[in-house]
Design a protein around this ligand. Structure first.
Ligand SMILES: Nc1nc2c(ncn2[C@@H]2O[C@H](COP(=O)(O)OP(=O)(O)O)[C@@H](O)[C@H]2O)c(=O)[nH]1
Ligand SMILES: [Mg+2]
Length: 304
């Protein structure tokens, strides 16, 4: 199982590896550790969007530790790098927090195009495969196309969809979805929201209203508020995340599109700066392309 996940992730991350050469293909095994090797590694990390601060921390650690441990070869350095990256990511490993209430409600946030609807579809697939019943709340009421896109996922996965007219109040959709899930005893409600709001105040008000609506049914819900970030924009997503974090409590992050980017290294500063657990990563557009975030698997896929 783990091996299959690893292969899948490795394939997904191929671009990050090739373009950024975090893959340390440059640091060939027979080569001795010297100053140029550290310089090359620094450039590779920066190219992968690991960011200046984190790169500095990594290089400093590698220089210090490799001296202390008396390491000689690039190969040994690579193992040390792995160890460091895994430890930097370890506090970001997060599992989905389900309460087993019927329903558990998961709210999805993120700007337009970040991958919310796709991620909702992938998670619906995962839950239904586990034998749960799933309701999709089409609370992105800005565009008719948004609802249609979610309908495609409902059909594909066998989830039930609750929708209103375009332009309707998102909270009204959420109310209907949770209400019907509760009366039918459904397991999960996935709330797909719009990422496009005129101002930050607007966004805050809208999200708070949605949350209040959910809490009418249970004070414990939503059991997760997941922020979906586009992995291809690398470190830029940190500022985006800060806006959402100010607007509402975010309990987890999902980083999408890690299959199509050379900026996968940004997962490291995202983890360090935001201090929010990463619950899943997206590595493609099909139902199976959502993986749990495991630092060790991730780092191995990035470096091997
Ligand atoms: N390659 C790739 N594409 C993705 C992934 N997740 C989402 N997408 C694509 O990104 C685009 C925007 O996704 P969408 O779910 O509509 O974003 P939303 O506006 O936040 O709901 C779509 O074309 C998706 O197919 C992923 O993990 N990998
Ligand atoms: Mg959408």
């Amino acid at each position: 199982m783990l091996k299959a996940i690893y292969q899948h992730l490795k394939k997904g991350l191929e671009k990050t590896k090739e373009q950024a050469r975090i893959g340390i293909s440059e640091l060939n095994i027979s080569r001795q550790i010297d100053e140029t090797l550290f310089e090359e590694l620094e450039i590779a990390l920066l190219k992968a969007d690991v960011g200046v601060e984190a790169t500095e921390e990594i290089i400093d650690f590698l220089k210090r530790e490799s001296r202390k441990r008396g390491l000689k070869t690039g190969d040994q350095l690579k193992e040390l790098l792995k160890e460091k990256l895994i430890s930097m990511l370890s506090h970001c490993k997060g599992e989905l927090n389900l309460l087993g209430e019927k329903p558990d409600v998961i709210l999805f946030l993120g700007i337009n195009g970040s991958g919310k609807t796709t991620t909702v579809g992938k998670l619906a697939y995962k839950f239904i495969k586990e034998g749960k019943t799933v309701v999709l709340a089409a609370a992105d009421t800005f565009r008719a196309a948004a609802v249609e896109q979610l309908e495609v996922w409902a059909k594909r996965t066998g989830a039930r969809i609750v929708k209103h007219q375009q332009g309707a109040d998102p909270s009204a959709v959420v109310f209907d979805a949770v209400n019907s899930a509760k009366s039918r005893g459904d397991d999960i409600v996935l709330v797909d929201t719009a990422g496009r709001l005129h101002t930050k105040e607007h966004l805050i008000k809208e999200l708070q209203k949605i949350k209040r609506t959910i809490k009418k049914f249970s004070p414990n819900q939503p059991c997760e508020t997941l922020l979906v970030l586009d992995g291809t924009i690398g470190q830029n997503s940190i500022n985006q995340a800060k806006v959402f974090k100010e607007a509402t409590d975010v309990t987890g992050i999902i980083i999408t599109k890690l299959d199509g980017t050379a900026k996968g290294g940004a997962v490291i500063p995202i983890c360090q700066k935001l201090k929010i657990p990463i619950k899943f990563i997206g590595v493609g557009e099909s139902v199976e392309d959502l993986l749990p975030f495991d630092p060790e698997t991730f780092v191995n896929a990035l470096l091997d």
